[in-house]
Design a protein around this ligand. Structure first.
Ligand code: PNS
Length: 163
C-alpha cells in the first residue's frame, strides 16, 4: 500500500496546508496528517485542538487520518510502517530548511523515510501560520487564510471579536 505522512505544526491549519492535504490524498492510498507535539514551542492551539481542527477540515477525505506524534519523525514513521513524508514548498526560502530536514530524515532512517515535496498552489504561496497569527493578533482579516470555521477559533485565542 502506498501510504504517506504529512507532518507539521499546523498552528493553525491554513488553506495552504489544506491544499497540500487534498492533493496528497489523491496521490497516496492513505495519508496520515500528524501534528508535532512539541512542548518546547509556544503554540497558540494545543495539540488536541489542532488534531480536532484537522479532523473537521478533512472529514470528507476518506483516506485521510489525523494523529499526533512526539520525538523523531523517523521513529514515528517506522512505528506506522510509512516510508514517505509529504511537505509543501512555498518558495525558495522554504527550500534550505526543507532540504535539511528531508536529507536528515533520509540519512537517519537509512533511506527508509523519503520526502515528497508538493509546490504550494500559487494562491496560497504567501500564507504561513505565523503570519496568520500576527494578522489575527492585530484583529486583521484572516478569512482568506484559514478554513471558515477556523477564523473564529483563531480570533477567540486573541480575544478579538470575529469580523
Ligand atoms: O510545520 P513545521 O513546524 O514546519 O513542521 C516541522 C516538522 C514537524 C516537520 C519537523 O520539525 C519534524 O519533523 N520534527 C520532529 C523532530 C524530528 O524528526 N527532527 C529531525 C529532522 S531535523
Amino acid at each position: 500500500m502506498n501510504a504517506a505522512i504529512y507532518p507539521g505544526s499546523f498552528d493553525p491549519l491554513t488553506l495552504g496546508h489544506l491544499d497540500v492535504i487534498k492533493r496528497a490524498s489523491q496521490m497516496f492510498d492513505t495519508l496520515t496528517v500528524s501534528v508535532l507535539d512539541n512542548k518546547a514551542k509556544n503554540a497558540l492551539f494545543s495539540v488536541e485542538e489542532r488534531v480536532s481542527i484537522l479532523r473537521r477540515a478533512t472529514e470528507d477525505l476518506q483516506n485521510v487520518t489525523v494523529d499526533s506524534f512526539n520525538g523523531l519523525l523517523i521513529d514515528y514513521a517506522k512505528q506506522k510502517d510509512i516510508h514517505i513524508s509529504v511537505r509543501g514548498l512555498r518558495a525558495i526560502t522554504d527550500f534550505e530548511y526543507e532540504l535539511q530536514i528531508a536529507q536528515t530524515n533520509r540519512k537517519l532512517s537509512n533511506g527508509k523515510l523519503d520526502t515528497v515535496f508538493l509546490t504550494t498552489s500559487l494562491e496560497y504561496a504567501y500564507l504561513s501560520s505565523s503570519s496568520v497569527k500576527e494578522i489575527a493578533s492585530f484583529n486583521g482579516d484572516i478569512s482568506q487564510c484559514v478554513p471558515d470555521f477556523v477564523v473564529e477559533l483563531v480570533y477567540k485565542k486573541f480575544n478579538n471579536i470575529e469580523r
